[in-house]
Design a binder for this molecule. Sequence first.
Ligand code: NTF
Length: 831
Amino acid sequence: IEASIPSASREVWQKFALKEFVDKDEFQQEFIRHVETTLARSMYNCDDLAAYQAASQAIRDRLIVAWNKTQQKHTTKDRKRVYYLSLEFLMGRAMDNAMLNAGVKDITKQGVADLGFNIEDLLEQEPDAALGNGGLGRLAACFIDSIASTNYPGWGYGLRYQYGIFKQRIVDGYQVESPDYWLTFSNPWEIPRYEIQIDIMFYGYTRKYTNDDGKVVHVWEGGEQVQAVAYDVPVPGYGTETTNNLRLWASKPTREFDFEKFNAGDYESSVRESEKAETISAVLYPNDNFYSGKELRLKQQYFWVAASLNDIVRRFKKTHRPWKEFPDQIAIQLNDTHPTLAVVELQRILIDMEGVQWDEAWNIVTSTFGYTNHTVLPEALEKWPVPLFQNLLPRHMEIIYDINLFFLQQVEKMFPKDRDLLSRVSIIEESTPQQVRMAFLAIIGSHKVNGVAELHSELIKTTIFKDFVTVYGPDKFMNVTNGITPRRWLHQANPKLADLIASKVGSYDYLKDLNLLKKIEPFAHDSKFQDEWVAIKKFNKARLAAHIKQSNGVDVDVNALFDVQVKRIHEYKRQQMNIFGVIHRYLSIKAMTEEEKKEVTPRVCIFGGKSAPGYYMAKTIIKLINAVSEVVNADADVGDLLKVVFIADYNVSKAEIIIPASDISQHISTAGTEASGTSNMKFVLNGGLILGTVDGANIEITREVGENNIFLFGHLAESVEDLRHKHRFSDVPLDPNLAKVFEAIESGIFGDHSIYGSLISSVTSSDYYLVSDDFQSYLDAQKLVDQDFKNKDTWTSRSITAVANMGFFSSDRAIDEYAESIWNIEPITLD
Ligand code: NTF
C-alpha cells in the first residue's frame, strides 16, 4: 500500500500505460527494441539465438501486462484461490505456447520472417524447462495451463532447479547422463523477485516456556538458515487475458552468512558455507515412482513448503480476516506426498506463531488441504526415518507426534481395543528406525483424497488406504481422472490436424471445449476427410523419420506401421515385454520364406525414455533395446519389414514430434500398477490407436472411444495377486514363445548375453510384473494390430472416431472437477 502512487501522479501513469502489441508492425518494433537495448546487438549481429531472445522478450512483455491485470483483478475481487504445490513442473518450451495462448502466433511468424528469420528455427533455440521426471510433473504443467485457460484464480508453487532432469546420451548402447544446465542464457520466461526473500530454518532445537498469560509457548531456535528468493513464471490462459503465476523458489545464502568465520578471517570457508545454501534448489531428483530417502531431498521439500506457506499466509494476513476464514480464501492441493510437510508447517504457524488454539488450527488446516495420490507402488511411498526428520525439523517432529496422538485417540474411541488397526494407521511406523509415513499424514491432514483414474481411485481404497476408509468412511476418497491440455498436445504438436478439425467443427472453440470434437465423428467414413487425415499422419511420420535419420542414422519407411513406446523406463511399464516381443517378431521373420514375407506388415518399433541413474534393471532394458536395434537394422533378410529405434533424451519437445507420428502406442503396464498414464491420452488425441493393458486411464479411454478402437490384452488387476502368489509357491512354466526369445538372447546373437542375465531371471524366477503370464495375449494383440493395419479405410475411421470421443480427457475437465468438488473455487473473468 505504501508503494502505491498518490492520485495526483496517476494521470501520467495512465497516459503511458503499457499496451500489448496488436499487429505485426508493433511486434517488429518491440523485437528491434529488444535486439538493440536488452541484447545490445544490431542487424549486423543477430543470430537465431539472439532473435529467439528478442522475440521471446517481446512476447514476455505482453504476458506481463496481462499478468499484472490479472493479479490486480484477483486481488480486488478477493475471492478464494487455489495453490497447486508440486515439486515438479515439466513445462517444456514456453515460446510457442505463449504465442498460441496469447493469440499472436501468426503476427509473430510473419513478423520474424520479414526480419529475416524462420520462426521454427527460433523455437528450436529454446531449452526445455525440464523441471520434472515424467507424468506427475507434466500433469502439473497441464493443470496450470488449464487453471489459467478456464479463468480460475490459482498459482503454482515449485522449485527453481538449476539442473532439470539430466540429459541422456546413448554410448555403446548404454544410457549416459549429463547435467541439464538449462539456465546458461538468461531465461526470458521468468521474473526474478529479489525483493521477496524469505528466511528458512533447519536443524537446531526446540524449547517451551510458560508465558505471562500462563500459556505454553513452543519455540524453535538455532540451526542453519537459508533464504528463499521468488522467481515468477507467467502462465497465459488460452483465448483469455487471464495470466496466472507459477512461483518457483531458489535458495540463496542469507545476508548474515557465517559472520563469525568471516570476521575471524576465514573468508574462504565462510564463502564455501554460503555456497552450500544454493545446493538446496540446485538439482531435481531424477527418480520417477521411486523414493530414495536422501536428507537433501527432505530439505528441498521443507524449503519449498515453508517459503510457499509463508507467502500464502502473508497474503492472507493483508486482508485482516480472522483465521477461521483462511479455508474460505485458500485451497492448497498437495501433488503427491512431496509437499505434505505443508500440513505440519501451517499447523506450526498457527499454533506457535499466531497463537491459535490447537483444535481451531487443526480445523483450518484440514479444511485447506487436498491430497492427490499418484501411485500404489510400495517403493514409491515416502517414509522418512524419524532420526533424520527429528534432526532436520525438530519442532515439526513434535507436532507430528501430537497430530498422531490425537488421531489415534479418535480411532481408539471409534474402534476400542483394536490394537492392530491403531498400529496400521499410525503415522509412525514401528520399524527400526521408526519411519514417518507421509501418505498417512497427508490423508489425516486433508479434507479430500483423490486418485487419478477410476481403477486407481478404487485400488487405493481397497489396498494401501483401506484402513482409512474404515476410519473416515468412503466420502473422503474420490476420483479425478487425469487430463491433458489440448493446446500443447493437439494444436502445438499437431497444427495440421488442429486445422483440419477446425474446418469441420467450424472454429477452434474445441480447444476450450474439447467435447466439440464429437462434431468430426460424422466424417469418420467420409473418404475426402479420411484422405486429409491420412495425409497429415503421413506428414507427421515424415517429420519424425527425418528426426530419426538425423539422430540415429536409420532410414525408416513412412508407410510402415509406427509403433511407439515412450515413457520413463520402469519394470512395471514393461518395456522389457515390448523388446521381447520385437525379438519374437525378428525371429519369426528370419524363419519366413520370401513368399511369407510378403504378408508381413512392415513396422518401425520406436522406444524412448530415461532410466533413473541408479536403476540397474531399467538401464539393462535400454541396453537390450539398443543391442536388438543394431542387429535388426543391419539384417538384410529383414530390410524394411522391421526397424528398431531408441530415440535418446526423450523430453517434452521430442514428445511433441513423436506423439503425432504414431499409428500404435503401447501402454502395457502390469494391470493395477500404472495409476493413470497421460501419454495414452495424448497419442489417441493425435489419431494413434492404443495397444494396452486394462490399467489406469486405458480403461476410461476404452469406455469413451469404444472397445473396437483400442487393442486391449492381458490379465486384469483382480488376478494379479493370485498370479504372483502362484509364481512364489509353485513352478509356473515359462511361456513357450518367451522361452524361444530367451534362448535367442542366450545364444549371443545380440552380443554378450551375460549382460541380460538378471533381466531374464527376473522373469523366470518370480516374474513380479507377469511378463510371461501376459506374453501370449500380448503377441495375439500384436497380430491383430498387424492384420487391422492392412485395412487402411477401417483403420482411419477408427482413428477419427477415437479422436472424436476424446473430449473427456481435457485437463480443463479435470480442473473443473477439482474446482467444484475439492477446492470450492469459481472462475473470475476479466471485464
Ligand atoms: C505418476 N506417478 C503415475 O505413475 C502415472 O500413472 C500418472 O499418470 C502420473 O503420476 C500423473 O498422475 C508418479 O510419478 C509418482 F510420483 F506418484 F510416483
